[in-house]
Design a protein around this ligand. Structure first.
Ligand code: ADP
Length: 481
């Protein structure tokens, strides 16, 4: 099949979260199955300056109409591997900036123009390359209008650019909502600037566009597919989703995989030692290295808890702050890596300053330290209030680090609770509230004090198959259905 993925991020070229990991790994997995795969992303400054794309060649000049302006851009092309090509949409005005979506404090004011330009450039690229794609898969709000823009372009020019469109929701929280006046930039018929179209509480929503107009809608885990049809997780769009689900084309939940070329404790280049379920000595080396890097040279007899995550309320940093005092009194360590909302960064740094012998906090995005943390910790904390799929709990399990995960979304689909599965379990689960979280921490401390039982659960966790190879067939089925 000829498949084109349009997204705002792709690992290893540009990443702020799990979306990048998924687009990177899924496209490789599809290419490995013999499909002809194109991924198209914006040519952000960080991408254009990356040594990874220095071989990219200018292949197309394009013109895009945005309201009554006609804007020029270009396409740069990079062959990644047989069957997989990266296309970059370049326009300095929009993408030659320090960040992807905004300064830490607020989103860029022209994100509407930036991402409408990007999406129209994708359509233009598809037209210029002759169309005839089997699938256009669009990811998250930054590409939510694509199914609509694509069909609109086909109608105007005649012919088919893509036989079928798929829209994948990686997170319902981020919706791409803009003032109604932004609609003019789409050049779509004014009748779509209405409740039956992409209007959303007197604004417009890119995400709603994807949910309404794609031929198929998917999300990244079976449980999240159910949850987003309820008010608690639908963020105002549950009604739109319920409408779809009543038809034959229900929202499909396909759990994310993990890129085993990047996440494999037996071959991970970022670790000081390697290990596997049947040979764990390397994990102890990683643990010591991690403790030393945190400024704790002496051995630690209690468990090392860790969290690697964007610092937001959705990820449960409110709950994390709530348990710090409890952990500071126990024989254990807590390592926090992440960045995000300033209030959480500051509060966690203050906790580390108050308990330097127990708690270490590193603010920032640090790929190497994240790998060492997954490898060296004993338990991984994931107190999310909502979690579409989550990747880090899967990385943790494969690295023999047992997740303490809240009972929501994709965490339910990827962690087996020892409370119900005993030694066949792979982690501990709790309701995302303080009391239950503390109880789970207590159970984790108890489990760790019984090393034989801890090791048995660790084996169950490490022996799971979360690879993309194990799920890519579900996308093929969807593409063919
Ligand atoms: P989300 O996409 O909601 O942020 P996921 O669990 O799906 O959550 O993916 C998060 C990805 O970002 C993982 O690959 C994780 O390792 C990575 N990550 C998050 N914070 C950091 C950080 N501070 N340093 C390095 N990697 C990080």
């Amino acid at each position: 099949m000829r498949i084109i993925h349009a997204a705002s991020e792709m690992y290893p070229y540009i990443k702020t979260g799990g979306l990048a990991d998924v687009v990177g790994a899924l496209s490789h997995a599809l290419a490995a199955r013999g499909h002809e795969v194109t991924v198209i992303i914006p040519g952000y400054r960080a991408v254009m300056e990356s040594p990874l794309v220095k071989e990219a060649r200018r292949t197309q000049e394009l013109k895009v109409r945005l309201g009554n302006r006609e804007l020029a851009g270009e396409i740069r092309t990079l062959a990644i591997r047989p069957g997989l090509t990266l296309q970059l949409v370049v326009r300095e005005e929009f993408f030659d900036r320090r960040q992807l979506y905004g300064t830490g404090a607020r989103d860029y004011d022209d994100n509407d123009a930036r991402f409408i330009f990007f999406q129209k450039a994708v359509v233009e690229f598809m037209r210029a390359t002759g169309g005839g794609y089997d699938i256009l898969q669009a990811h998250d709000w930054q590409t939510g209008l694509l199914p609509l823009l694509l069909r609109n372009a086909e109608q105007r020019a005649g012919g088919t650019l893509a036989a079928r469109t798929v829209f994948t929701v990686h997170n319902m929280i981020y919706q791409g909502v803009f003032p109604r006046s932004s609609f003019a930039l789409t050049n779509l018929h004014e009748s779509l600037n209405a409740m039956e179209g992409i209007e959303y509480f007197d604004q417009i929503s890119f995400l709603k566009g994807g949910l309404m107009y794609a031929d198929r809608v998917t999300t990244v885990s079976p449980t999240y597919a159910q949850e987003i049809q309820t008010p608690a997780h639908g963020y105002g769009l549950e009604g739109v989703l319920q409408l779809r689900s009543r038809g034959a084309d229900a929202v499909r939940g396909i759990r994310n995989g993990i890129d085993t070329a990047v996440w494999n404790p037996a071959a991970d280049k970022l670790l000081p030692a390697h290990f596997a379920a049947e040979k764990l000595s390397g994990k102890a080396v990683c643990r010591t290295a991690l403790l030393q890097q945190m400024g704790w040279p002496e051995p630690c007899t209690g468990p090392v808890f860790a969290i690697v995550s964007r610092m937001t309320t959705a990820k449960g940093h409110d709950l994390l702050l709530g348990v710090v005092d409890y952990l500071a009194k126990k024989n254990c360590r807590l390592i926090v890596l992440g960045s995000g909302e300033v209030k959480y960064e500051e509060a966690l740094l203050a906790q580390a300053a108050a308990h330097p012998d127990r708690i270490a906090v590193r603010i920032g995005v640090d790929e190497a330290l994240s790998h060492l943390t997954f490898a060296g910790a004993d338990f991984f904390l994931m107190p999310s209030h909502t979690e579409p799929c989550g990747l880090t709990q899967m990385y943790a399990q494969i690295y023999g680090t047992l997740p303490l995960a809240s009972r929501v979304g994709g965490l339910i689909d990827t962690v087996r609770d020892i409370a119900t599965h005993g030694e066949k379990g792979t982690g501990l689960m709790f309701r995302p509230e303080l009391n239950d979280f503390v109880k789970a921490l207590g159970s984790a401390l108890k489990l760790y004090s019984n090393q034989a039982r801890y090791a048995a659960v660790q084996q169950s966790a490490m022996r799971q198959d979360f690879s993309w190879e194990s799920v890519v067939g579900q996308y093929e089925q969807l593409y063919n259905a």
